[in-house]
Ligand binder design. Sequence first.
Ligand SMILES: CSCC[C@H](NC(C)=O)C(=O)O
Ligand SMILES: [Zn+2]
Ligand SMILES: [Zn+2]
Length: 373
Amino acid sequence: MASKGREDEHPSVTLFRQYLRIRTVHPEPDYGTNPRLSSLLLNSHTDVVPVFKEHWSHDPFEAFKDAEGYIYARGAQDMKCVSIQYLEAVRRLKAEGHHFPRTIHMTFVPDEEIGGFQGMKLFVQRPEFQALRAGFALDEGLANPTDAFTVYYSERSIWWVRITSTGKPGHASLFIEDTAAEKLHKVVSSILAFREKERQRLQSNPHQKLGAVTTVNLTKLEGGTAFNVVPATMSASFDFRLAPDMDLKAFEEQLQSWCQAAGEGVTFEFVQKFMEPRVTSIDDSDPWWAAFSRVCKDMNLTLEPEIFPAATDSRYLRKVGVPALGFSPMNRTPRLLHDHDERLHEDMFLHGVDIYTQLLPALASVPALPSDS
Ligand SMILES: CSCC[C@H](NC(C)=O)C(=O)O
Ligand SMILES: [Zn+2]
Ligand SMILES: [Zn+2]
């Protein structure tokens, strides 16, 4: 019989016939793979954030599926869905006997949710990472509640800054001069005024996205021991997320001058300071982006490229020169990462597998690039 493949054909026969179709004919045999090319890296993190169980409709670690098909679990969106979608897509492609010029590696890394210090940050410095010869990476993105899919090509730099103010202590019934609290208040006001400017900048332009502006939030105030004792030290902690086009050095000087303007004895320290933001090309002339966007176009997926508002392991990959796109294939899905009742519809999960099944062959077949040699 002349059919291309029968439903009931023995899998070994199917495999044999697939092998026969690869044109390994001289003088230019197509051996399919080319290990000299850089690889495609599919990254996902295995850790998840804590839960407040009492706020969940179902046990967050049971993966309960309701009658409509929604699967409730911590990690359903962030990002255990993506890990299994990668595996399922690769499994399908292998079962169909596909080979691609570029090797596909999958990494399942720890500790992303707490900064990746013992995870991706460390891993990218290791010889084992170099040995993967990653040329391009996919990593996590965010769900999009509309029909579109968001793809992230950069992210904001995370700075955690503690401002410490020192001043004269004394009895709290007096007008003590030069107190730590007054000076801290000045710096807090300067930073919150900057925050308001950025907030206005975001609000005044409906096309402006969160990732393109700088946010800052006052997240901790510490100091003082008793109501009637003016403390000698007080501190305020801020979570800054700096847009990739910010001049980071200039902004550090700005922080310095806000502290100086507040008075003597006001200093700041970094608890976290990312200084090397990188942007992955989303220009049609870029072969990786061209492959990624072409598949999405062919599948009728609308893409919305954005800057990731928070921090992911992509920052470490981009920093060592591996272009990375953050993409979690979930549209028409509310963003529930880190939230109560994090959930994903099973159809959306399966659609994601279909998307990766198309994306991976295209990315793993990007022709040799100058950077490959
Ligand atoms: C210190 S790294 C923390 C990482 C976390 N990432 C996300 C995606 O929430 C964040 O941006 O706060
Ligand atoms: Zn995540
Ligand atoms: Zn997360």
